[in-house]
Structure formats: structure tokens, C-alpha cells
Design a protein around this ligand. Structure first.
Ligand code: C2E
Ligand code: CA
Ligand code: CA
Ligand code: CA
Length: 279
């Protein structure tokens, strides 16, 4: 039994090393992805549940490595975060998303919001408001069309600093949404103190809401709390009509998910917006 235990341990150890090695390889390739032009953005529509109209899109990063082929965000985003590469990658995504949104407006398409994910590291490194200001100035995108998606982990940083940065972002006129709402560990007290505009209800609650009274209750409570605080709500990961109807019943304002559209290329979204009714 003893030797089997040792063997088991060694096996575990080797597996760990293989995983660590894979991560290191991913990391060294990811470090070159930006300069090699291997990163791109996809845009997933965000739909107004009352009208069915597209009111915005979320920019989602994609990486197609020359050596590895397409790598999923679930794999490369954590590596980007751990290595700090996310800071430059995120700055690139912010600029690219603003450029695309500005291009769409310039084409005379119905104006929509562009939502961009901001990592906690980007926030912590500081000057996010300057970065945002610069992206808007260089691309000509009016601030009202940009929305930043922040996770609760961002809001849990040093309170005074967070409040000051959010105030400066608010002053620029960009929208602020809390991503994956309900999955973090932060207290609710920040909601009334910090200047956020929107809660994105995490897809785990949406997924369970049609089968579980508890999950449905959470969705309903989040929408009611948001209403009371003057915040809007968007449900993530909506895949079925039953989920959509339940969300409408809860008073949720908007939604995003495969039921409406997958993340699309810029060209695909251009086509979709061309067909879009005037709002
Ligand atoms: P997220 O911000 O919560 O983004 C939503 C994720 O849900 C996306 O995964 C999207 O493709 C997926 N999704 C959308 N609709 C549905 C649906 O109906 N069902 C299901 N099951 N999934 C749906 P994706 O694109 O793989 O991105 C994963 C995560 O990677 C994102 O989660 C975000 O945390 C991170 N990420 C992606 N792009 C960026 C970026 O530019 N910067 C940063 N910092 N993080 C990013
Ligand atoms: Ca997001
Ligand atoms: Ca605001
Ligand atoms: Ca999310």
C-alpha cells in the first residue's frame, strides 16, 4: 500500500509538472500574440427584452495562435491575468472596441453601446480613466456609447481609490456595469456608494432559474434591488425562451445569450445592424 501511495504521489507530481509546463508554453506564446496580430474581438448582442432591439454588444477577446490554433478564453484569460499580459491585451481590446463602435456609427448604423471587459489588474495599475479618455479621443467614440464591465473583485480593491477612479470614469460619461453579479464576495454596501449603472446577472442564476425556485428568487431579488437603487439589469447566458420569459416576468431590462446571438465577427454584426429596424 505504501509503494502504491508513493507511486500515486509521483504520478500526481508529474501531472502537475505537465500542467505547469503547458501553462508556461501558453504564456510565452501569449506574450507574442498581440504583436503578431493573433488577437481579435467578437461582439455579442445585448438585447432589450421589451422591444427585442439590439441595444449594445459585449466585446469578447479571441486568440488564434499560429502554433496552437484557437485557444479558448477560459484557458488564456487566466494565464493573461497571472502573467500581467492582460494589461496590454486589455488596453488593446479597449481601443479596438472603441474603434469598431465608432466605425459603425460612422457608417450610419443605429448607435449601440459597446461593453468592454476590464480586468482587475488593468484597474489596479491605475490610469484607467486616462486610458479610456485616450481611446475615446483617438477613435472619436462619444463616451455615452462605451460601457466598462467590472467584476466585484475590482470593486473590492482599496475603497477610496476605487471610488475616485469610478468618479473620474463617471465624469467622462462612460457607463459602468458589474459583471457576473452575485458570484463575488464583496458586500452589497458598495452598490449605493459607487457609481455603477448596471448589474449583469451571472449566467449561473439564469441557467437554474427555470428549474429552481431559489435561483428564480435570486434573479427576482436582484432586479428589485437594482430598481430600488436606480440601476438597470442585464441577464447573461440566456439560452431558452423559457428563461427569457421568466426574466421578462421578473422585470429584467435586457439580456444576452445564445437565444439571441452568439458572439459575432465585426462583419456579421455589421450585417445584423443593417437589417435592424430604426429605434
Ligand atoms: P464574461 O465576461 O462573463 O463573458 C460572457 C461569456 O459567456 C463569454 O464567454 C460568452 O461567449 C459566453 N456566453 C454568451 N452567451 C452564452 C450562452 O447563452 N450560454 C453560455 N453557456 N455562454 C454564453 P467567452 O467569450 O468564452 O469569455 C469568457 C470570459 O473571458 C469572459 O466572461 C470574461 O471574463 C473573459 N474575457 C473575454 N474577453 C475579455 C477581455 O477582452 N478582457 C478581459 N479582461 N476578460 C475577457
Ligand atoms: Ca463580461
Ligand atoms: Ca453613470
Ligand atoms: Ca459575465
Amino acid at each position: 500500500a505504501k509503494s502504491a501511495g508513493r507511486k500515486g504521489y509521483r504520478f500526481y507530481d508529474a501531472a502537475m509538472n505537465a500542467e505547469a509546463l503547458a501553462r508556461m508554453q501558453l504564456r510565452s506564446r501569449l506574450a507574442k500574440a498581440l504583436e503578431r496580430g493573433e488577437l481579435s474581438l467578437r461582439y455579442q448582442p445585448q438585447v432589450n427584452l421589451a422591444t427585442g432591439h439590439i441595444e449594445g454588444v459585449e466585446a469578447l477577446m479571441r486568440w488564434t495562435s499560429a502554433e496552437l490554433g484557437p485557444v479558448s478564453p477560459a484557458q488564456f484569460i487566466p494565464v493573461a491575468e497571472d502573467s500581467g499580459l492582460i494589461v496590454d491585451m486589455g488596453a488593446w481590446a479597449l481601443f479596438e472596441a472603441c474603434r469598431q463602435a465608432s466605425t459603425w456609427i460612422g457608417m450610419g448604423l443605429p448607435p449601440i453601446k459597446m461593453a468592454v471587459n476590464i480586468s482587475v489588474l488593468q484597474f489596479r495599475r491605475g490610469h484607467l480613466d486616462e486610458q479610456v479618455n485616450e481611446a475615446l479621443a483617438l477613435t472619436g467614440l462619444p463616451a455615452q456609447y462605451l460601457e466598462l464591465e467590472l467584476t466585484e473583485s475590482v470593486l473590492m480593491q482599496e475603497q477610496d481609490k476605487v471610488a475616485a477612479t469610478l468618479d473620474r470614469l463617471e465624469a467622462l460619461g462612460v457607463g459602468l456595469a458589474i459583471d457576473d453579479f452575485g458570484t463575488g464576495y464583496s458586500s452589497l454596501s458598495y452598490l449605493k456608494r459607487l457609481r455603477v449603472d448596471k448589474l449583469k446577472i451571472d449566467q449561473s442564476f439564469v441557467r437554474d432559474a427555470t428549474d429552481s425556485a431559489g435561483a428564480a428568487g435570486i434573479v427576482r431579488a436582484v432586479v428589485q434591488m437594482a430598481d430600488a437603487l436606480g440601476l438597470s439589469t442585464l441577464a447573461e447566458g440566456v439560452e431558452t425562451e423559457a428563461q427569457r420569459d421568466l426574466l421578462i416576468g421578473c422585470g429584467c431590462a435586457s439580456a444576452q445569450g445564445y437565444l439571441f446571438a452568439k458572439p459575432l465577427s465585426a462583419d456579421e454584426l455589421t450585417e445584423l445592424l443593417r437589417q435592424h429596424p430604426e429605434q
